[in-house]
Design a protein around this ligand. Structure first.
Ligand code: SAM
Length: 212
Protein backbone atom coordinates (compact mmCIF):
# COMPACT_ATOMS: atom_id res chain seq x y z
CA UNK A 1 0.00 0.00 0.00
CA UNK A 2 2.76 2.41 1.06
CA UNK A 3 4.75 1.55 -2.07
CA UNK A 4 1.75 2.32 -4.29
CA UNK A 5 1.28 5.75 -2.67
CA UNK A 6 4.99 6.47 -3.20
CA UNK A 7 4.79 5.47 -6.87
CA UNK A 8 1.71 7.64 -7.44
CA UNK A 9 3.42 10.58 -5.76
CA UNK A 10 6.52 10.12 -7.91
CA UNK A 11 4.41 9.99 -11.10
CA UNK A 12 2.49 13.15 -10.21
CA UNK A 13 5.70 15.02 -9.27
CA UNK A 14 7.21 13.93 -12.60
CA UNK A 15 4.16 15.26 -14.47
CA UNK A 16 4.44 18.58 -12.62
CA UNK A 17 8.11 18.81 -13.63
CA UNK A 18 7.13 18.13 -17.25
CA UNK A 19 4.73 21.11 -17.27
CA UNK A 20 1.42 19.78 -16.00
CA UNK A 21 0.49 22.52 -13.55
CA UNK A 22 -3.28 21.95 -13.32
CA UNK A 23 -3.75 20.58 -9.81
CA UNK A 24 -7.18 19.10 -10.56
CA UNK A 25 -5.63 16.98 -13.32
CA UNK A 26 -2.73 15.92 -11.07
CA UNK A 27 -5.20 14.98 -8.33
CA UNK A 28 -7.34 12.98 -10.78
CA UNK A 29 -4.25 11.05 -11.91
CA UNK A 30 -3.25 10.48 -8.29
CA UNK A 31 -6.73 9.25 -7.35
CA UNK A 32 -7.52 6.95 -10.30
CA UNK A 33 -6.22 3.39 -9.80
CA UNK A 34 -4.35 3.02 -13.14
CA UNK A 35 -3.36 -0.53 -12.14
CA UNK A 36 -7.00 -1.58 -12.69
CA UNK A 37 -6.90 -0.45 -16.34
CA UNK A 38 -4.09 -2.84 -17.31
CA UNK A 39 -3.45 -6.59 -17.03
CA UNK A 40 -2.18 -8.14 -13.78
CA UNK A 41 1.15 -8.95 -15.43
CA UNK A 42 1.86 -5.24 -16.04
CA UNK A 43 0.65 -3.92 -12.68
CA UNK A 44 4.16 -3.20 -11.45
CA UNK A 45 4.49 -0.66 -14.27
CA UNK A 46 1.13 1.03 -13.58
CA UNK A 47 2.65 4.29 -12.28
CA UNK A 48 5.58 4.50 -14.70
CA UNK A 49 5.11 7.38 -17.11
CA UNK A 50 4.76 5.07 -20.12
CA UNK A 51 2.09 3.83 -22.51
CA UNK A 52 1.33 0.14 -21.89
CA UNK A 53 -0.24 -2.56 -24.06
CA UNK A 54 -3.88 -3.51 -23.43
CA UNK A 55 -5.87 -6.19 -25.28
CA UNK A 56 -6.42 -6.30 -29.07
CA UNK A 57 -2.98 -4.73 -29.84
CA UNK A 58 -4.08 -1.33 -28.47
CA UNK A 59 -2.55 0.83 -25.72
CA UNK A 60 -3.39 2.78 -22.59
CA UNK A 61 -1.76 6.15 -23.26
CA UNK A 62 1.24 7.46 -21.30
CA UNK A 63 0.06 9.40 -18.21
CA UNK A 64 1.92 12.49 -19.50
CA UNK A 65 0.00 12.30 -22.79
CA UNK A 66 -3.33 11.94 -20.96
CA UNK A 67 -2.47 14.85 -18.64
CA UNK A 68 -1.17 17.04 -21.47
CA UNK A 69 -4.22 16.46 -23.68
CA UNK A 70 -6.56 17.03 -20.74
CA UNK A 71 -4.76 20.28 -19.93
CA UNK A 72 -5.01 21.47 -23.55
CA UNK A 73 -8.70 20.45 -23.62
CA UNK A 74 -9.37 22.55 -20.49
CA UNK A 75 -12.17 20.71 -18.70
CA UNK A 76 -14.88 22.56 -16.75
CA UNK A 77 -17.29 20.67 -14.49
CA UNK A 78 -20.47 19.93 -16.45
CA UNK A 79 -18.75 20.03 -19.88
CA UNK A 80 -20.31 17.59 -22.32
CA UNK A 81 -17.31 15.80 -23.80
CA UNK A 82 -17.06 13.25 -26.61
CA UNK A 83 -14.03 10.96 -26.54
CA UNK A 84 -13.09 8.90 -29.58
CA UNK A 85 -11.11 5.77 -28.64
CA UNK A 86 -12.27 4.53 -25.22
CA UNK A 87 -9.47 1.94 -25.09
CA UNK A 88 -8.94 1.00 -21.44
CA UNK A 89 -11.32 3.73 -20.23
CA UNK A 90 -8.55 5.58 -18.37
CA UNK A 91 -8.80 8.92 -20.21
CA UNK A 92 -12.59 8.81 -19.77
CA UNK A 93 -12.06 8.25 -16.03
CA UNK A 94 -9.82 11.35 -15.84
CA UNK A 95 -12.47 13.48 -17.61
CA UNK A 96 -15.19 12.10 -15.32
CA UNK A 97 -13.11 12.87 -12.21
CA UNK A 98 -12.90 16.47 -13.44
CA UNK A 99 -16.69 16.64 -13.44
CA UNK A 100 -17.38 16.27 -17.17
CA UNK A 101 -20.31 14.42 -18.69
CA UNK A 102 -18.50 11.89 -20.87
CA UNK A 103 -19.58 10.16 -24.09
CA UNK A 104 -16.94 7.76 -25.38
CA UNK A 105 -16.87 5.64 -28.56
CA UNK A 106 -14.70 2.54 -29.17
CA UNK A 107 -14.59 0.45 -32.35
CA UNK A 108 -13.34 -2.83 -30.79
CA UNK A 109 -16.03 -4.86 -29.02
CA UNK A 110 -13.74 -6.50 -26.43
CA UNK A 111 -12.34 -3.14 -25.31
CA UNK A 112 -15.80 -1.57 -25.23
CA UNK A 113 -17.06 -4.42 -22.99
CA UNK A 114 -13.99 -4.33 -20.70
CA UNK A 115 -14.23 -0.55 -20.24
CA UNK A 116 -17.97 -0.75 -19.59
CA UNK A 117 -17.50 -3.30 -16.81
CA UNK A 118 -14.47 -1.60 -15.27
CA UNK A 119 -15.86 1.96 -15.23
CA UNK A 120 -19.13 0.70 -13.71
CA UNK A 121 -17.19 -1.23 -11.03
CA UNK A 122 -15.34 2.01 -10.15
CA UNK A 123 -18.70 3.86 -9.94
CA UNK A 124 -18.04 6.07 -12.95
CA UNK A 125 -21.20 7.12 -14.74
CA UNK A 126 -20.20 7.20 -18.42
CA UNK A 127 -21.99 6.86 -21.78
CA UNK A 128 -20.21 4.28 -23.96
CA UNK A 129 -20.87 3.19 -27.51
CA UNK A 130 -19.40 0.55 -29.80
CA UNK A 131 -19.04 2.22 -33.20
CA UNK A 132 -16.80 4.01 -35.64
CA UNK A 133 -15.99 7.19 -33.73
CA UNK A 134 -14.83 9.07 -36.83
CA UNK A 135 -18.57 9.64 -37.33
CA UNK A 136 -18.95 11.11 -33.84
CA UNK A 137 -22.13 10.47 -31.82
CA UNK A 138 -24.80 12.45 -33.58
CA UNK A 139 -27.74 11.75 -31.22
CA UNK A 140 -25.91 13.50 -28.38
CA UNK A 141 -24.32 16.33 -30.39
CA UNK A 142 -23.39 19.15 -30.07
CA UNK A 143 -20.50 18.77 -27.61
CA UNK A 144 -18.55 21.39 -25.64
CA UNK A 145 -15.34 19.44 -26.26
CA UNK A 146 -14.18 16.50 -28.36
CA UNK A 147 -10.98 14.55 -27.68
CA UNK A 148 -9.60 12.00 -30.13
CA UNK A 149 -7.13 9.56 -28.56
CA UNK A 150 -5.97 7.80 -31.74
CA UNK A 151 -3.81 9.18 -34.56
CA UNK A 152 -5.77 10.53 -37.55
CA UNK A 153 -4.65 11.15 -41.16
CA UNK A 154 -6.88 14.26 -41.17
CA UNK A 155 -9.64 15.88 -39.11
CA UNK A 156 -12.92 13.96 -39.53
CA UNK A 157 -15.51 16.39 -40.84
CA UNK A 158 -18.32 14.82 -38.81
CA UNK A 159 -16.52 15.72 -35.59
CA UNK A 160 -16.31 19.39 -36.61
CA UNK A 161 -20.05 19.49 -37.29
CA UNK A 162 -20.77 18.05 -33.81
CA UNK A 163 -18.93 20.84 -31.95
CA UNK A 164 -20.81 23.68 -30.26
CA UNK A 165 -19.88 27.25 -31.18
CA UNK A 166 -16.84 28.08 -28.98
CA UNK A 167 -16.41 24.32 -28.56
CA UNK A 168 -12.98 22.72 -28.83
CA UNK A 169 -11.73 19.59 -30.61
CA UNK A 170 -8.28 18.15 -29.95
CA UNK A 171 -6.88 15.50 -32.23
CA UNK A 172 -3.44 14.08 -33.10
CA UNK A 173 -2.99 14.40 -36.87
CA UNK A 174 -0.18 13.06 -39.04
CA UNK A 175 1.11 9.80 -40.51
CA UNK A 176 1.14 6.46 -38.65
CA UNK A 177 4.59 7.11 -37.14
CA UNK A 178 4.02 10.52 -35.60
CA UNK A 179 1.18 12.98 -35.13
CA UNK A 180 0.98 16.61 -34.05
CA UNK A 181 -1.68 17.53 -31.53
CA UNK A 182 -4.09 19.96 -33.17
CA UNK A 183 -6.64 22.11 -31.33
CA UNK A 184 -9.61 23.39 -33.30
CA UNK A 185 -12.03 25.93 -31.83
CA UNK A 186 -15.35 26.54 -33.52
CA UNK A 187 -16.22 30.22 -33.94
CA UNK A 188 -19.43 31.89 -35.16
CA UNK A 189 -17.98 32.00 -38.67
CA UNK A 190 -15.54 29.08 -38.93
CA UNK A 191 -12.69 27.31 -37.14
CA UNK A 192 -9.43 28.45 -35.51
CA UNK A 193 -6.44 26.10 -35.36
CA UNK A 194 -3.55 25.84 -32.92
CA UNK A 195 -0.68 23.31 -33.01
CA UNK A 196 0.99 21.60 -30.04
CA UNK A 197 3.58 18.81 -29.51
CA UNK A 198 4.14 15.58 -31.46
CA UNK A 199 2.99 12.18 -30.17
CA UNK A 200 2.72 8.61 -31.41
CA UNK A 201 -0.76 7.08 -31.17
CA UNK A 202 -2.27 3.87 -32.52
CA UNK A 203 -4.22 4.63 -35.72
CA UNK A 204 -7.74 6.04 -35.86
CA UNK A 205 -9.40 3.48 -38.12
CA UNK A 206 -12.72 4.21 -39.77
CA UNK A 207 -14.76 5.90 -42.47
CA UNK A 208 -13.03 9.24 -41.86
CA UNK A 209 -9.75 7.76 -40.58
CA UNK A 210 -7.17 5.21 -41.74
CA UNK A 211 -8.56 2.24 -43.66
CA UNK A 212 -6.47 -0.24 -41.57
N1 SAM B 1 -8.18 6.68 -24.45
C1 SAM B 1 -7.61 5.37 -24.28
C2 SAM B 1 -7.27 5.05 -22.86
O1 SAM B 1 -7.39 5.92 -22.01
O2 SAM B 1 -6.91 3.90 -22.62
C3 SAM B 1 -6.40 5.13 -25.14
C4 SAM B 1 -6.80 4.88 -26.47
S1 SAM B 1 -5.80 3.94 -27.54
C5 SAM B 1 -4.34 4.92 -27.64
C6 SAM B 1 -6.76 4.33 -28.99
C7 SAM B 1 -8.10 3.63 -29.06
O3 SAM B 1 -8.81 4.15 -30.19
C8 SAM B 1 -8.01 2.12 -29.29
O4 SAM B 1 -8.72 1.45 -28.29
C9 SAM B 1 -8.63 1.92 -30.67
O5 SAM B 1 -9.32 0.69 -30.80
C10 SAM B 1 -9.57 3.10 -30.73
N2 SAM B 1 -10.00 3.49 -32.08
C11 SAM B 1 -9.29 3.54 -33.22
N3 SAM B 1 -10.07 3.97 -34.23
C12 SAM B 1 -11.31 4.20 -33.71
C13 SAM B 1 -12.55 4.65 -34.25
N4 SAM B 1 -12.72 4.95 -35.53
N5 SAM B 1 -13.60 4.76 -33.41
C14 SAM B 1 -13.49 4.46 -32.10
N6 SAM B 1 -12.34 4.01 -31.53
C15 SAM B 1 -11.27 3.89 -32.34
Amino acid sequence: MFLLEEEKKKLVEGLWNKGIKDENILKAIYDIPREKFISDALRKFAYDDNALPIECAQTISQPFTVAYMTQVLGVNPGDKILEIGTGSGYQAAVLLKLGAEVYSVERINKLYLNAKELLASLNFNVHLKLDDGTLGWEEHAPFDKIIVTAGAPEVPNQLLTQLKTAGKLIIPVGNQESQQLLEITRTETGFNKKYYDYFKFVPLIGAEGWKH
